[in-house]
Design a protein around this ligand. Structure first.
Ligand code: ATP
Ligand code: MG
Length: 577
């Protein structure tokens, strides 16, 4: 490809709304352009890399025995009514009507469509196991679309669905996909980890996320250095027992203190001369149209997933949405601004994290502006309806498997495998006859992988201050040829010869034949991150040499003109193009 002809609109400035490197560099390098919030066009370089990611994913899916199909993006509401998700999925589901008033959505995922397909086509156990996948555009009206391709509203996903007769078969299907995901992550060159995860809006009995480990990831992870346990922090359980209530004799009398303008735990601690471990945070949640309070120790963070599961499974509440109460609701419930809520005299059910059970004489908000209470004690001063594990695990917490201190890291979720069981097949009546002629619900698994998120995750893990550093297998081009002085016939001709030789050898190569200065050519080559660069300049040619440099290495090397193409072919092959 000739850069003089290539549609590769690079930019010098970072986009104003970009916070992380992958977002900045994919825009600046001319890989993608945003159309509107969370919706992107892929430019030639970006689309080439996306297709390479798709190829790797396809190869591994096919090798694992899955068969590719393509389902529609538009889905009728009736199927979602059947599964119950028309009501459960919430505002992420983009709904609309056709001209006849029929209700539809843009598919955020395809469990309903695939279950509808197979229930009409499968009738005997002999047709199982079956695994079908597609690579397709999804739409989710994400509340916080950000970080470029990492959290888009329209994005490309690979989604696979497995169907088995019994649990053993379904476990084997799950295992096969789990292994395939590991191979894909390896081929993409990721530093990755598979972690136990919450099943969220997809549901089902168990799941693992494939996380690309990076400090800028949105997901918090815990892992055990000893036994290898690894989980998304949403999922990581903490010990449920061993929390002793304080002795009655130790309780001091409650007092009210003025804390003008002190709304955060840090400010309150500084002002009162106490530690965060002496404070209790009162978090108000809106659960559909009811309110509940959740207490956690001052240095702990509540885990919304644990709160949701606890309210559903232990307390027995039924609800569609659970959200932190907004400022107005906090004021209505407490009579105070945010930052001064407390459990004493609060007229909503109060639940508390296990760690609060051990606490005595703690500090809480007083439900009045600029005021807190000291020496507060549960049971004596307010009722707790239930204690449970409601907080996020932290570094140093005990591993739920072996007790060793957990470590924390951050990750980008690129894939998620779910053991669904019969959630969808029961709801939608997808069954086959067993060899004894009995109807049996299909046992399902589903397996998502974010193709466009992967592009950004690779960029996030492979860049420096000058630009992107693509691993060979998904680089848009393997090599780039830079004739440095376009006014020298010798430079231009040598460049053209090398370019041609590489093309003939099957290397995907670009040539920067633009009438640009040396600095601009080097800058753009670094920015777009092509793995191999060969620069041809008048000085090197005096001795018959050109300059060969790998994007991932600091130093270049002088190589004789007539050897350079062979060297590049070797490098490209070694790196698994
Ligand atoms: P997240 O927790 O990041 O919102 P999810 O659990 O909703 O992800 P799944 O429903 O499991 O995601 O979707 C399968 C895969 O699709 C994810 O592992 C991810 O790679 C990708 N994906 C999900 N949401 C987005 C998005 N908004 N933008 C880009 N890719 C996404
Ligand atoms: Mg999501």
């Amino acid at each position: 490809m000739r850069l003089s002809r290539m549609f590769m609109p690079t930019r010098k400035e970072d986009p104003a709304d970009a916070e992380i490197a992958s977002h900045k560099l994919l825009i600046r390098g001319g890989y993608v352009r945003q159309l509107t919030r969370g919706i992107y066009t892929f430019l030639p370089l970006g689309w080439k890399s996306v297709k390479k990611i798709q190829r790797i994913v396809r190869e591994e899916m096919d090798a694992a025995g899955a068969q590719e199909i393509l389902m529609p993006g538009v889905q009728p509401s009736e199927l979602w009514q059947e599964s119950g998700r028309w009501d459960d999925y919430g505002p992420e589901l983009l709904r609309f009507e056709d001209r006849k008033g029929g209700e539809f959505c843009l598919g955020p995922t395809h469990e309903e469509v695939i279950t509808d397909l197979v229930r009409g086509e499968l009738n005997s156990y002999k047709q199982l196991p079956l695994n079908l996948y597609q690579i397709q555009t999804k739409f989710r009206d994400e509340p916080r679309a950000r970080f470029g391709l990492l959290r888009g509203r329209e994005f490309i996903m690979k989604d696979a669905y497995s169907f088995d007769l019994d649990e053993e078969g379904a476990e084997a299907s799950y295992e096969q996909m789990y292994e395939a995901y590991g191979r894909i992550c390896d081929r993409l060159g990721f530093d990755w980890s598979a972690v136990e995860a919450d099943t969220g809006a997809i549901g089902g009995e168990k799941s693992h996320e494939f996380q690309v480990v990076t400090d800028t990831g949105e997901d918090k992870l815990v892992s055990c250095p000893d036994c290898g346990y690894a989980a998304n922090i949403e999922k990581a359980q903490l010990p449920a027992d061993g929390f002793e209530a304080p002795e009655a004799g130790d309780l001091e009398s409650m007092e009210t203190v003025e804390t003008p303008g002190k709304t955060t735990i840090g400010e309150v601690c500084d002002f009162l001369g106490v530690e965060p471990t002496d404070c209790v945070k009162t978090l108000l949640y809106e659960v559909d149209d009811q309110a509940v309070a959740v207490l956690v120790r001052g240095d702990h963070a509540a885990n919304d997933i644990k709160v949701r599961d606890f309210l559903r499974d232990q307390v027995g509440m039924e609800f569609a949405t659970l959200e932190m109460a907004d400022d107005g609701t906090v004021y209505d419930l407490t009579g105070a601004s945010v930052g001064y809520a407390g459990p004493v005299g609060l007229d909503v059910p109060v639940y508390a994290d296990n760690a609060v059970r051990e606490m005595a004489n703690f500090v809480v908000g007083a439900n009045a502006d600029d005021t807190h209470r000291r020496n507060v004690n549960w049971e004596r001063d307010f009722d707790v309806e239930g204690f449970a594990d409601l907080r996020e695990a932290e570094a140093g917490d005990p591993c739920p498997e072996c007790g060793t201190a957990l470590e924390t890291s951050r990750g980008i979720e690129v894939g998620h495998v779910f053991y669904l069981g019969t959630k969808y097949s029961d709801a939608m009546g997808a069954s086959v006859q067993t060899d004894e002629g009995v109807d049996q619900s299909l046992i399902m698994g589903c397996y998502g992988m974010g193709i466009t998120r992967i592009l950004a995750a690779v960029a996030e893990q492979n860049h420096d201050e000058h630009g992107l550093i693509w691993p060979m297998p998904i680089a848009p081009y393997h090599a780039t040829v830079l004739p440095l002085q376009m006014n020298s016939d010798e430079v231009v001709e040598t460049g053209e010869e090398i370019y041609e030789e590489l093309q003939e050898a099957g290397v995907e190569v670009m040539i920067d034949d633009r009438d640009e200065g040396v600095g601009a050519k080097f800058k753009d080559a670094d920015l777009i991150g092509i793995p191999v660069r060969v620069a041809i300049g008048t000085r090197g040619l005096e001795d018959g040499n050109v300059e060969l440099k790998l994007r991932e290495e600091d130093d270049d090397e002088l190589v004789p003109v007539d050897e350079v193409a062979d060297r590049i072919v070797e490098i490209v092959e070694e790196r698994g193009a």
